[in-house]
Every structure is written in C-alpha cells, then in structure tokens.
Design a protein around this ligand. Structure first.
Ligand code: CMP
Length: 138
C-alpha cells in the first residue's frame, strides 16, 4: 500500500502565482493527489495545526503568516511519500535548499518557505485528520 503525506502550498507561494508550478513539480515527482482544497484559514486553525511549535519564538508570526491569505491543502500518495516529498521540498531555510527543490525555486525566507510537508508518518496522520474528513479522502 502506498504511503500518504500531507502538504500545504503556503500563502507566499499562492500569492506570488506559483501554485501551478508547484503542483506540476509534485505531479512530475510521481505523487497522486488524493485530495486538494484552497482555503483561507484562521489564526486559531493555524495555532492548532502548529501546536507542537507553540513554545518557539516564531510561533505567533508563523500563525499570522499562515492566516495571511489563501493556501492549498493536499493529501499526497506514493511509495515513500513522506521522505520523497521532503526531498522535493528542500531544506526549511531556502538558503540551504538544494538546486531544483521547491523551496530553492520559490521560497523567500525560513518562514515564508512556499510549502509544508509532514515530517513523519505519525505527523502525516495527525495533519491529514486535522484538515480533511474521511469522506474527502476516497
Ligand atoms: P514547516 O515545514 O511548515 O514547519 C514549521 C514552520 O515554521 C516552517 O515550515 C517554517 O515556515 C517555520 N519556521 C521554522 N523555523 C523557523 C525560524 N527559525 N524562524 C521562522 N520561522 C520558522
């Protein structure tokens, strides 16, 4: 059974018109898009999503950024989806991201870094359940 992961095209990338190019990169890397929706989220929803980071100094800014405009929420599927998406994304800080990765191509800072991807299988299960209902994942 292929593995599932969760991803967000963040507000910076949506705002600057990179949604299509990022979806193309995801498609070309062999992911199946199980579910996808464009939404504007509240600060409260962002705080719940990033609750593991609530003690970090960047937490408030991060949540405000995620609520600053529309984003694209996705469930992606392929063999080794979690690790393969993280490789396709590149390092959290785009300054350290490898050539050709989504963050190298489209991210502008460590916070406004274009895309999110789950960092493990358990995290993916939490994140998928946080944003999608079971009936949306058929
Ligand atoms: P993401 O993969 O969505 O997970 C947590 C997010 O917090 C991360 O991407 C960045 O957007 C943000 N982040 C991580 N580290 C920092 C930092 N040092 N300063 C500001 N934002 C950060």
């Amino acid at each position: 059974m292929p593995q599932r992961t969760f991803s967000i095209i963040k507000p910076d990338a949506v705002r600057s018109g990179h949604t299509g190019a990022i979806l193309a990169a995801i498609d070309q890397a062999g992911f199946r898009i199980v579910a996808i929706k464009k939404e504007s989220i509240s600060i409260r929803q962002a705080q719940g999503f990033y609750a593991v980071h609530k003690e970090r100094p960047f937490f408030a800014d991060l949540c405000a950024f995620m609520a600053s405009g529309p984003l694209v929420l996705m469930v992606l599927e392929k063999d080794n989806a979690v690790a393969d998406l993280r490789q396709l994304m590149g390092a959290t800080n785009p300054a350290n991201a490898e050539e050709g990765t989504i963050r190298k191509r489209f991210a502008s800072s460590i916070q406004e870094n274009a895309i999110h991807g789950s960092d493990g299988e358990d995290t993916a299960a939490f994140e998928i359940g946080y944003w999608f209902a079971g009936y949306e994942l058929i």
